[in-house]
Design a protein around this ligand. Structure first.
Ligand code: DGP
Length: 114
């Protein structure tokens, strides 16, 4: 989708610091990091929110989680721990309507989240 910020990162028209890419997934550093490590992982396919997932998206969402594991290992936080978050909709604080998984690490996380 040409008017989607994250689709534009996928196709390279908007620059981002990409840390991982495979056939289905791109991962890049968040512009406004909330932890020493803050990476966003997105499917290359445009899917607006978790509510828009279809059964055919099973594989790409699996790939997204596996990619998070690989990024955590590559960034050296797999053992110390990391948090993954997918915000869905307004009350969850979703601001970009292309599914993205936040991978946050490098500090002690709190629970419950704010
Ligand atoms: P969310 O609030 O869950 O929709 O998260 C959107 C995230 O996207 C937020 O942490 C900031 C990040 N972000 C917004 N615009 C850009 C951008 O142009 N580049 C990058 N790298 N990150 C962005």
């Amino acid at each position: 989708m040409s008017d989607c910020l994250f689709c534009n990162i996928v196709d390279g028209t908007i620059p981002a610091e990409i840390v991982y890419e495979d056939k289905q997934v791109v991962a890049f550093r968040d512009l406004n990091p909330q932890a020493p490590l803050h990476v966003l992982l997105i499917p290359k396919k445009h899917i607006a929110t978790l509510n828009d997932l279809e059964s055919e998206d099973n594989a790409v969402m699996g790939a997204l989680i596996l990619a998070a594991k690989k990024v955590a290992e590559a960034e050296g936080v797999a053992e110390s721990g990391y948090r993954t978050v997918i915000n869905c909709g307004e009350q969850a604080g979703q601001s970009v309507y292309h599914i993205h998984l936040h991978l946050l690490a490098g500090r002690q996380m709190q629970w419950p989240p704010g």
